[in-house]
Design a binder for this molecule. Structure first.
Ligand code: SF4
Length: 259
């Protein structure tokens, strides 16, 4: 599978159920995926080893210019905008200038669309770096991935390309003291002959225990939406996701299911 990849730095705006009218910013190499994880379900496809991938990141200046031009054009047309969202071809915090790019974006947002929110979709693996953490604390929606309640499931489903444990991810997320939204994708299937499933009662209960510790502002729950790089990946149905969401609500944490 080639994966769904962005060819530009700025994409959209698109109407997103999660974020409203959202303008996307892709900090990753154009048309190539780069990530610290290699999730079995990633719609961008498999993460290639760095050596093979020939990665050229857009520069901070190119990103600032592209975003400024787009926002200027949108403002002239009196287009609506709810959010500027860092997503794209992988993990946005991998960009070496991530923190400065967030500062640039706050400046551009304030200049063009002061009421728009800035959102970052991240897997949290690099949030242990002080400059990444402090940049994530500045954005309006710090949306961090947590798909597993135990180590084996984390290693299997998120399949990290760096040496990192679920404990380290929890420690990275804990430092936000609840100032984050957790995003969790529920999925099951088999990969290389081994079953994986984060929807079993045991898995869900372990994941809920982490939510109790993290106390996020909200939880976004969703299933796969596009083709996956691993074969034999099953889409979890809405009823099942709603039941999981009900358990989160019982903890007093606001939850949305996106199908
Ligand atoms: S963290 Fe996101 S971009 Fe990275 S492999 Fe997983 S789904 Fe893909």
């Amino acid at each position: 599978m080639n994966g769904f990849l962005f060819e530009q730095i700025i994409f959209g705006p698109i109407k997103s159920r999660r974020l409203g009218i959202s303008l996307g910013v892709n900090l990753l190499p154009l048309n190539k995926k780069h990530c610290t994880f290699n999730c079995l379900y990633c719609e961008c496809g498999w993460t290639k080893p760095k050596k093979e991938a020939c990665l050229t990141y857009p520069t901070r200046e190119e990103i600032q210019q592209a975003l400024d031009e787009k926002l200027t054009a949108m403002r002239k047309k009196r287009a609506m905008l709810d959010a500027i969202t860092f997503a794209g071809n992988g993990e946005p915090t991998l960009h070496k200038d991530f923190a400065r790019i967030i500062d640039d974006t706050i400046g551009l947002r304030d200049k063009h669309y002061p009421f728009a929110r800035i959102a970052v979709l991240s897997n949290g693996s690099l949030a242990g770096k002080p400059e990444v953490a402090s940049a994530l604390k500045k954005v309006d929606q710090n949306i961090l991935k947590l798909d597993a309640g135990n180590e084996e499931t984390f290693q299997q489903i998120n399949n990290p390309r760096m040496k990192i444990s679920l404990d380290q991810i929890i420690s990275n997320l804990s430092q936000f003291k609840g100032q984050m939204i957790v995003q969790s994708l529920f999925v099951r299937g088999t990969h290389e002959g081994k079953p994986f499933d984060n929807t079993t009662p045991e898995e869900v209960n372990a994941w809920l225990e982490y939510l109790k510790i993290l106390q996020p502002k909200g939880v976004m729950i969703y299933p796969i939406a596009r083709a996956t790089p691993a074969e034999n990946v099953e889409k979890v149905d809405l009823d099942e996701l709603q039941k999981i969401a009900g358990k989160v609500e019982e903890l007093g944490i606001s939850t949305e299911v996106y199908s």
